[in-house]
Design a protein around this ligand. Structure first.
Ligand code: GDP
Ligand code: ZN
Length: 353
């Protein structure tokens, strides 16, 4: 397996600040299972755990590897267990609030090129939910692609596409059916060699079925890998990032199936561009569009050009966003450099022993 097939490119080389004196490899995390990771490398897939120093230095849960992360690894003393020394800076990430009282950010997946927001064209079809997923996707800095599955169960596909397009201007929309194979070829451009797509969408819309289709085989049977942990217990790790036979990588993790909002207002603005445009004409700069005089949003609602349900959804999402403040967790460039210097040193020291 070549690293470019896993999404490696020259920009990653630069980030790594390669030190030719140090022997290490890079790999991409394909599954996360408590403190054990599966990593795709040029030599194949391996089990890995973070180094003691890594564990000690980690400041938050977000510092630990997630599916899609590029990691620096060496082979460990334990034959089939590699050591992870650090993760390369994430190009983007999908996060959620960690459970518990402190609103700690928890990254779920990293380094994705596109998100397929999967919905089904029958009962699940829901514009308000689609808005939520769009906000989440814009937030993470990734391009959304709307995939409407189960076209075989829908008699007015075109009117559904029109409805979706009205709430998501400029976002590509594809109607497909995993059952008949209709429209699947429209997804090919997003899945070129080394391109990573994450699947987002409610349960039952057909994400696993789509993945199976793209893989051309049943992953339900082949996805689970059994291995023994240090105490001899069996752990089952489900691979969550899949390499497609014709190139491209698809991430389908349980974490993405239940999401809460996280981040700044940017996602809201992109999703509700129309409302933001009206609000520019409100009399007050800080208008909350909740009954203030001279409110252009209210006017649009009353004249019917703006949909009431869409406005409600906007208010609700805005409230959630105000509640959650963005936590900057990317390292400053200098800090990053220092980190890698330390990691190189540490690997050298270990190798000398
Ligand atoms: P997930 O929860 O999103 O992973 O959804 P699944 O992949 O498990 O699919 C849920 C159900 O929808 C299964 O019974 C699938 O067989 C069915 N399904 C998936 N895609 C299609 C489709 O295109 N057409 C029809 N009719 N059923 C589908
Ligand atoms: Zn207003």
């Amino acid at each position: 397996m070549h690293l470019t097939e896993l999404g490696w490119d020259s920009a990653w080389d630069e980030l790594l600040l390669a030190d030719s004196d140090v022997e290490y490899g890079v790999g991409r995390v394909s599954a996360e299972h408590k403190h054990l990771y599966r990593v795709f490398t040029e030599q194949g897939e391996t089990l890995a755990q973070v180094s003691g120093k890594y564990r000690h230095d980690a400041r938050s849960r977000s510092d630990f590897p997630v599916v899609g992360d590029w990691v620096v690894i060496t082979s460990g003393s334990d034959q089939d267990r590699a050591i992870i020394w650090g993760i390369l800076p994430r190009r983007n990430k999908f996060s959620r609030q960690a459970a518990g009282e402190n609103e700690e950010e928890q990254a779920l997946v990293a380094n994705i090129d596109a998100v397929f927001i999967v919905s089904s064209l029958n009962r699940d079809f829901n514009l308000r939910r689609m808005e939520r997923y769009l906000v989440l996707t814009w937030e993470s800095g990734v391009n959304p692609v709307i995939v409407l599955n189960k076209a075989d169960l829908c008699e007015d596909v075109y009117s559904k596409i029109t409805e979706i397009s009205s709430i998501a201007p400029g976002v590509p929309v594809h109607a497909i059916s995993c059952e008949t194979g209709q429209g699947l070829d429209q997804l090919t451009p997003y899945l070129g060699t080394g391109k990573t797509v994450a699947l987002l969408g409610s349960s039952g819309v057909g994400k696993s079925t789509l993945l199976n289709c793209l893989l051309g085989e049943s992953i339900k049977r082949t996805g689970a890998v059994r291995s023994q942990d240090s105490r001899g217990r069996h752990t089952t790790t489900h691979r969550q990032m899949h390499l497609l036979p014709r190139g491209g990588l698809v991430i389908d993790t349980p974490g993405l199936r239940e999401l809460r909002l996280w981040g700044s207002d940017e996602g809201i603005s992109s999703t509700f561009e129309d409302i933001e445009e009206y609000s520019v004409r409100c009399r007050f700069n800080d208008c909350r569009h909740q009954g203030e005089p001279g409110c252009a949003v209210m006017e649009a609602l009353e004249s019917g050009v703006l949909d009431w349900a869409r406005y409600q959804s906007y208010l609700k999402l805005q409230k959630e966003m105000a509640y959650i403040s963005r936590k900057e967790n990317l390292f400053e460039a200098l800090e990053e450099k220092e980190k890698w210097k330390q990691i190189h040193k540490e690997i050298k020291r270990i190798k000398k022993r």
